[in-house]
Ligand binder design. Structure first.
Ligand code: NDP
Length: 323
């Protein structure tokens, strides 16, 4: 089999395509021939060492494929089943691998492999953020940073389907168009507009009850300043760099705010939570209310370029690697 390995942390060039052995699936595992792999910003954190992983390591947490062989004790799947996953284990950048059966989700015919590879991690993230971290209600107005990104385009469509008014921020006018076409009612281009001023205009000075912030360092203060009293700051990522330590008194001064730093892993830690989260995602995508825009495709061998494009803000929506 072929897989991407890193021996050290660093820039995209530390990723190397290598030949490796898969072996027989162990107890509770299945061997999967992967057909499509999802690219995620978290993969860059593993690669740079922002989120440390034991080295050498594979990369990637999300893919789709076909079950080829069962390990001992597996009864939930059979050879030929189409599956996908979005919570690892790390090492999805590969054409074949053994995976724990309990963390896999069976795919219905309505969801293609490419769609599944592009949606599992980002879409389950959208689901828990919108339906568990802060429960979005019809009539809510919400602020979502990086609205034209992978998580962003799924969240904006899903929030719209829940009856929210969605204000998205983006880094360019071209991305603003894309965000508008995927459920954003209002888009703020934060490279040319003052986000806080514009958001206050759009909300008649009130602010919003929740800000979803995957940008991190650059948007911390903006996010806090966009919240209404007792609003919730949901910091779920660090695309611009890690968020600096937060002064609790700031939350008091800005109106008794809440702040949380959630992870998909915590919201899908049990197999039951994983399957519930995935079912909601599969249902809403199958219904057509949320579309998965696969806007970039690369061969697995070109993953270095894929990381460069993601980190230089060239991508929109989802990116899929083909093994
Ligand atoms: P995106 O496709 O959203 O890519 C990141 C986007 O962030 C860019 O396109 C860019 O959009 C914006 N951005 C702003 N500043 C920078 C910067 N300095 N460098 C790079 N990008 C910047 O990625 P994903 O959809 O994969 O992930 C989005 C965020 O969600 C990430 O922070 C990720 O870590 C997080 N995440 C968190 C999870 C969790 O459970 N906590 C799970 C999944 C994802 P623009 O040009 O419009 O500003």
């Amino acid at each position: 089999m072929k897989a991407i390995r890193i021996e050290t942390t660093g820039g995209p060039e530390v990723m190397k395509l290598v030949d490796a052995e898969v072996g027989k699936p162990g107890a509770g595992q299945v061997r999967v021939r992967q057909t499509a792999i999802g690219l995620n910003y978290i993969d860059t954190y593993h690669r740079t060492g922002l989120y440390p992983v034991p080295l050498p390591s594979g990369l990637g947490l999300e893919a789709a494929g076909v079950v080829e062989e069962l390990g001992e004790g597996v009864t939930s799947l059979k050879p030929g089943d189409r599956i996908a996953y979005g919570t690892g284990p790390i090492g999805a950048y590969a054409d074949m691998r053994n995976l724990p059966a309990n963390r896999l989700v069976k795919l219905p015919d309505a969801i293609s492999d490419e769609t599944a590879a592009g949606m599992m991690l980002k879409g389950m993230t959208a689901r828990y953020l919108l339906r568990a971290t802060y429960v979005v209600k019809p009539g809510d107005t919400i602020l979502l940073h990086a609205a034209a990104g992978g998580v962003g385009l799924i969240m904006s469509q899903w929030a719209k389907a829940l009856g929210a008014t969605v204000i998205g921020t983006v880094g360019s006018d071209a991305k603003a168009e894309i965000a508008r076409a995927h459920g954003c009612d209002h888009v703020i281009n934060y490279s040319t507009e003052d986000t806080v001023k514009r958001l206050r205009e759009l909300t008649n000075g009130k602010g919003v009850p929740v800000v979803y912030d995957g940008v991190g360092k650059d948007t911390l203060m903006v996010s806090l300043d966009c919240l209404s009293p007792r609003g919730m700051f949901v910091s779920f990522g660090n695309a611009s760099g890690p968020v600096p330590p937060l002064d609790m008194l700031l939350l008091s001064a800005k109106g008794s705010l809440y702040a949380t730093r959630p992870t998909l892993m915590a919201y899908t830690a049990s197999d039951a939570d994983l399957q519930d989260t995935a079912r909601d995602l599969v249902d809403i995508v199958a219904s057509g209310k949320v579309k998965i825009p696969v806007n970039q495709r690369y061969a697995l061998a070109d993953v270095v370029q894929a990381h460069r494009d993601l980190e230089s803000r060239k991508t929109t929506g989802t990116t899929v690697l083909t093994p």
